[in-house]
Write a protein that binds this ligand. Sequence first.
Ligand SMILES: NC(=O)c1ccc[n+]([C@@H]2O[C@H](COP(=O)([O-])OP(=O)(O)OC[C@H]3O[C@@H](n4cnc5c(N)ncnc54)[C@H](O)[C@@H]3O)[C@@H](O)[C@H]2O)c1
Length: 443
Amino acid sequence: MKTIPTLELEHLREDLEKTSTIELKHGEKYRTSEWYTGAGDIAHKKDGRSFEVTATYTLRAEVKVMEGVFDPANPTLAQIYNSRGRCVAIVDQTVDELYGKSIRNYFECHEIPLEMTAFRAWEADKTPETVHKILAVLGKDGCDVSRNEPVLVVGGGVLSDVAGFACALQHRRTPYIMVGTTVVAAIDAGPSPRTCTNGKEFKNSIGAYHPPVLTLVDRNFFRTLATGHIRNGMAEIIKMAVTDDPVLFELLEEYGPRLVETHFATLEEDKVLTEIADEVIYRALYSYMKHEGTNMFETYQDRPHAYGHTWSPRYEPAAKLMHGHAVTIEMAFGATLAVELGWLKPAERDRILNLCGELGLSVFHPIIEDIDLMVEGQKNMRRKRGDGGLWAPLPTGIGACDYAQEVPRELFETAIKAHKTVCAVFPDGGAGKEMYLKDLGLE
Ligand SMILES: NC(=O)c1ccc[n+]([C@@H]2O[C@H](COP(=O)([O-])OP(=O)(O)OC[C@H]3O[C@@H](n4cnc5c(N)ncnc54)[C@H](O)[C@@H]3O)[C@@H](O)[C@H]2O)c1
């Protein structure tokens, strides 16, 4: 067999070195979609028999707060779908009943064919089966929606999670535009990079990181939302205020109860409250996307917005709590724990608990006295977040947080006792209003 001398081989490799950085610049390459770009490097290793590839992928995602998404005078969606010749939309069944007519009217006025399918989207429907059903629509005839055609998704957090996940699977990545119709979907689940379904044992355990390329936030949808769901959404705004935005916290202290009562100034004409509602939504979104949108693959664990989400995933389904109430119970307990650790002043803890209480959100549930359950929840979360630590955000002031890496059993016992005492002055021991799941289809 003929052998090639080493020197000749090295010479041969010179041409490969020239192509070690692959930049896919707009104009030079055909881009799959206008929202995604990428670049990569490939480098030989010294052994001459291996090489390493690094690649980055960049997403451009936009979030817009606006009024009248489906008002025919609003050109936003028409401009996107006009050139594509149609709009494929996935909507929540309840939203279809309430807003289907105006959605259809919008596209009719702009002479854009609309292919809209409604899906029931209760918590119980957050399953791989629903994702398959949505995929059957997106991939009808084997391959229908193309990989640069943004799917329009209109609904609450359940639909944004399952439809976003279906888009992540269609052609491995198909862009989508999100119109969140609940408070949770508008400021949190909607623009979120985390799409998913519930697994058999764990909530949100199967999914993909696939944020919408455009999120349109229109609080007018909140007019028809049950007050319990408005309150539920407030929990996620408090989370952002406590860990990241003291001004947002003060706005909630002053105007929060009125925002719940008026469904974010949609049930009453009030100019000042309307401006406050827009500001609260904008600040919550900005804080969320500043941390979560820029850490799209959860590459980093120091995430302020995990506040309220470390121990609650274990007790939330066990106690059949609404998500927002489960989160505020953990946030309130977390504040007491932070006081026990010397991280937070008691007066600041009281402000956090009082805000939750004023909005009718729970600050205590006896399930957190089950120390075994709390320890088990912590173990699960540690496993999920990896070997690096627990990374449980706890407040160090209003608008700031640090991360606890482990809460020993004895500290749980002391802190939970202390928390129960603090909550004893609240009506019903801090139960809040409508803390239990009702209409989400769970047994
Ligand atoms: N991906 C994320 O980062 C993220 C973040 C927060 C929450 N979530 C998930 O979001 C889900 C909760 O979302 P949600 O609170 O929006 O609940 P949801 O989607 O179940 O909506 C609540 C109810 O309101 C109805 N509805 C929706 N819009 C309406 C409107 N404008 N008027 C009247 N009724 C309307 C829905 O049909 C549903 O019955 C949970 O599954 C949670 O895990 C995900």
